[in-house]
Design a protein around this ligand. Sequence first.
Ligand SMILES: NC(=O)c1ccc[n+]([C@@H]2O[C@H](COP(=O)([O-])OP(=O)(O)OC[C@H]3O[C@@H](n4cnc5c(N)ncnc54)[C@H](O)[C@@H]3O)[C@@H](O)[C@H]2O)c1
Ligand SMILES: [Zn+2]
Length: 328
Amino acid sequence: MITVGNVLVGAGVRGCLDDAIPASARRVVVVTQEGIPPVAVARPHDVVTIGTGEEHKTLATIERLCRAFATFGLTRSDCIVGVGGGMVTDVAGFAAATYHRGVDVVHVPTTLLGMVDAAIGGKTGVNLPEGKNLVGAFWPPAAVLCDTELLATLPEREWRSGHGELAKYHFLTGDDLLAMPLEERIGRAVAIKLAVVENDPQERTGARATLNYGHTLAHALEIEGRFDLRHGEAVAVGLVFAAELAAALGRIDTARLGQHRAVVAAYGLDGRLPAGVDPERLMILMRRDKKATRGLTFVLDGPHGVELVEDVEPAVVRAAFDGMEWAP
Ligand SMILES: NC(=O)c1ccc[n+]([C@@H]2O[C@H](COP(=O)([O-])OP(=O)(O)OC[C@H]3O[C@@H](n4cnc5c(N)ncnc54)[C@H](O)[C@@H]3O)[C@@H](O)[C@H]2O)c1
Ligand SMILES: [Zn+2]
């Protein structure tokens, strides 16, 4: 078992759930989805199931959850447990942040992406028709249990999606996460993310921006929504694109660009643009990115490592698109 702050990683760590739930909690509500492996809770508890898919990540779901908490009689000193992928932990975390003005939450992520990213770091929230994750709160979990046994049923596609985030961490530190056994790989990713979050827990100083490496184009591809990409798959394309852009700006050389393509491929991902995307349309979407307060803004590699670069010339962004390969 590996411990990073209040995150436990290892086979069977779900068995530590009762110890992870604060002693004050007399009752627990488990928030989960159909098809997620069940997790045993020792204290009196209720289980509430939410719908599968981003279309259920809404304020309506938060209302339904909070009403279920009230019906069950959950109090401020009780605890909510999120068992599922990033969608479940984002929703359970936001409901916990707002019910009775905030109750404790413990996360048991069941996807690789949840373990290395979504369930840690304290961001919670839901979507609006106007955009993803537009309403939310910073609500750090009391504990996170990353039980690798729960990944036994995870579909291949979801593994790949988690590897997109791992490839991102690879570039942030140079660590070859693939060379590590699974438990260590997850533990190392958690440590990388928490070290960044610690310096900027509420995303006020910009230090957290590096965690968005590869995400400017990824978010644009996800908003377009026509390409059926899982989040980490979109990040993989975004990482290669960020490298093309850094090369076009003279920030990195062709060897480092080639390394980006090679690392993305090694993590089992496709760094090519999906057939049919329109770069001009993606540029409009990237301009609306939350980071883009001053022109087209990207997180880019360079002589000082990965950092935020503002006001990138549209002509250079077009040149980066020209350098990209296309999936058939
Ligand atoms: N809060 C953050 O910092 C943060 C970071 C990254 C992503 N996110 C959010 O996370 C969400 C994506 O999370 P995700 O990639 O984990 O997807 P997800 O939660 O939608 O899960 C993907 C699918 O896998 C299923 N599943 C989950 N665990 C399973 C298991 N063990 N066995 C079988 N099936 C299982 C789910 O039911 C779902 O159908 C998005 O909503 C995104 O906005 C949040
Ligand atoms: Zn991400």
